[in-house]
Write a protein that binds this ligand. Sequence first.
Ligand code: UD1
Ligand code: UDP
Length: 369
Amino acid sequence: GQTFSMKDTMKIVTIVGARPQFIKCAPLSRELRREHTEVLVHTGQHYDYGMSDVFFADLAIPEPDYNLGAGSGPQGMQTGEILARVEDVLLKEEPELVIVFGDTNSTLAGALAAVKLHIPVAHVEAGLRSFDRTMPEEINRVVTDHVSALLFCPTETAVRNLAREGIRNGVFLVGDVMVDALAYNRGIAAERSRVLPRFGLQPGNYLVLTVHRPANTDSREHMEAILAALGDAGLPVLFPVHPRTRKALEGYGLRDRLPENVLATGPLGYLDMLEAMARAAKILTDSGGVQKEAYLLGVPCITLRDTTEWVETVQDGWNVLVGADRERIADAVRTFAPKKERSMIFGEVGASGRISSLLRCLHDRWNPC
Ligand code: UD1
Ligand code: UDP
């Protein structure tokens, strides 16, 4: 088995690269730095100001110790670039543990670079499955979980998914670090964000839309169906556009033909996004994180996919899967209404602190004084 080396404080390399990972690392980094030494590595998978820097500013994330500038590319090339560049850093830093988050190419490449150097990997948000292997994220999750020594699960479903694949050691149900990010920032966002007046929106009287999954962006039919359904919504729709989606809409010649009530803008910072979601009537999305935040904020979510990793939100009646079907989307916009109170499916606040304490305990147990 893998063991940590004999030192007092643990040296940890944390790897982030894409928007949702900046959000996930913010609360954990704050906790880790109380008792461990953290080296923060940004792979450069996302690099626009609105996809990267704005989150470091909004969430007061420490400046990365490395920015590897890997950038965009096809799946294999991007993953390979990140793998090679992270390996260099790990050889130089010789950490005792590598932490990766979620399910992006930065997650997979970071985990692979570490295990091949015999450095144990901790996976935050382990055990999620959509059971759709055409999603790049599903491949990233499965492989990352199978090479990780420590698996920090947000939900009981995630723990069960791992058990079904034979992964039982090193699995901890800790809750969700995005709960911590939201709890910490909700008040700050309400105080600071001017996003509603900026777009002339009234609380409770508009929709929020995000789309960035290849299954939608890479299909003209899907994008046309989604936009047509929202054109009939009878409410303003705030649409912060992911760069992948902007490029797709340009390619289809749809960018200048959006319905009048669809207010397209660049990607929002985290505080504006939180405020916009919190006051929305409903949220439409194909994002993983946004489905979860909609639930936490108590806003009904209409998911533009046929599967989800966050099945509890659907079972609880606060999320509905409608794919990219114009009629089903329009129907959900008109009629979808949760019937019961929400429960604590993502655990209590404090996942970040629980992860940090567990690392302390494991380190002490592996290094008895
Ligand atoms: C990635 C993740 C996805 C995650 C999403 C979060 C993978 C396989 N996918 O998808 O799981 O939900 O991030 O947002 O890792 N681009 C820019 N500027 C940027 C970043 C990207 O213009 O700062 C454009 C490039 O044209 C790029 C495209 O967006 O080719 C896609 O970026 P990429 O990081 O490959 O994947 P995402 O779709 O962002
Ligand atoms: N987000 C944001 N601005 C936006 C869109 C999303 O701050 O314009 C936040 C959102 O609130 C959530 C995270 O980004 O915290 C989700 O990331 P994304 O949808 O890109 O990826 P996924 O969660 O699907 O991997």
